[in-house]
Design a protein around this ligand. Structure first.
Ligand SMILES: NC(=O)c1ccc[n+]([C@@H]2O[C@H](COP(=O)([O-])OP(=O)(O)OC[C@H]3O[C@@H](n4cnc5c(N)ncnc54)[C@H](O)[C@@H]3O)[C@@H](O)[C@H]2O)c1
Length: 272
């Protein structure tokens, strides 16, 4: 029997967006595998709740507030984590949101907003993470969450899809530039996932949305946390620069998107 094959015991991981949804599921899993956790969230009460839950598993945890769309706020929060909790060996970036907007209706504000909250902050967080590791001469691993919208066309989510496609390329470049420093960078691209923000809806609409998904259902947050933990861990020490679609077979089937009408009451530019 080999213990701690994931290598998380005694390691510190920062989860950006760790207070809810896939971030919360990832936090619970990593804590169960022995990782100490820093949880960053704009809604710090969410991070505090997850922190007190995971501490019951015997790991250390730390909650910190920041708005990732504000570079100063994000960089200062990461510096606070390093100073008060300790330098981290692992980074998971969870946060991302899509505006519902056909391209001809997409203003540059919508475009910039989608890029800020899906791509720009991930670059900033990964850069700060790598700078810290390189300065300390330590290896590390990071995982970011993209989307199948970044792997194929993304009708009505064009700015989001372009930002998520940017993540797929960003992990490739990070993998090349940072391999000499022992830093791995990978990406998980979920298909449809049931989350607190996007709960199960009207069954007919759910079924229509799953028409091109071989497994005919959306995934769970645990089904995203599992591959995130794997890629972050010592079970994946020879994997870097990769994007893993976690999508019930959707991309393998061709990734044909189902054109659903806009959700009722949907306004251009509003998150969906
Ligand atoms: N749900 C899906 O079907 C689906 C599909 C593909 C990809 N994704 C991607 O999955 C990821 C996670 O989605 P989720 O629904 O689990 O997360 P979520 O939207 O619930 O966000 C996680 C946490 O991030 C926090 N947060 C939001 N904006 C923030 C900000 N500006 N600064 C700091 N914290 C902030 C929230 O308070 C929340 O607790 C996203 O990147 C999303 O694009 C989701």
């Amino acid at each position: 029997m080999q213990e701690d094959r994931f290598g998380f015991k005694g390691r510190r991981v920062l989860i950006i967006g760790g207070g809810q949804g896939m971030g919360e599921a990832t936090a619970r899993l990593l804590a169960s595998l022995g990782a100490d956790l820093a949880l960053l969230d704009i809604e710090v009460a969410r991070a505090e709740r997850v922190k007190s839950d995971v501490e019951k598993l015997g790991v250390r945890a730390h909650a910190v507030q920041a708005d990732v769309t504000d570079e100063t706020s994000l960089v200062e929060a990461m510096a606070t984590v390093e100073r008060t909790f300790g330098p981290v060996d692992g980074l998971v970036t969870i946060i991302g949101m899509a505006a519902w907007s056909p391209l001809v209706e997409t203003t540059t504000e919508i475009w910039d907003n989608d890029h800020n909250r899906n791509l720009r902050y991930v670059f900033v967080a990964c850069r700060e993470f790598a700078r810290s590791l390189i300065a300390r001469g330590r290896p590390g691993s990071l995982v970011t969450i993209a989307s199948v919208d970044g792997l194929r066309s993304a009708q009505n989510h064009g700015s989001y899809g372009a930002a998520k496609a940017g993540l797929v390329n960003l992990v490739r470049t990070m993998s090349q530039e940072w391999a000499p420093h022992g830093i791995r960078a990978n990406c998980v691209a979920p298909g449809g996932v049931v989350t607190p923000r996007i709960p199960l809806g009207d069954p007919a609409r759910e079924a229509a949305g799953m028409a091109n998904v071989p497994m005919k259902r959306r995934g769970t947050t645990d089904e995203i946390a599992n591959p995130v933990a794997f890629l972050l861990s010592d079970m994946a020490t020879y994997i870097t620069g990769q994007t893993l679609a976690v999508d019930g077979g959707y991309m393998a089937a061709g990734g044909f998107s189902t054109k659903l009408p806009a959700p009722q009451g949907k306004t251009i530019g509003v998150e969906s």
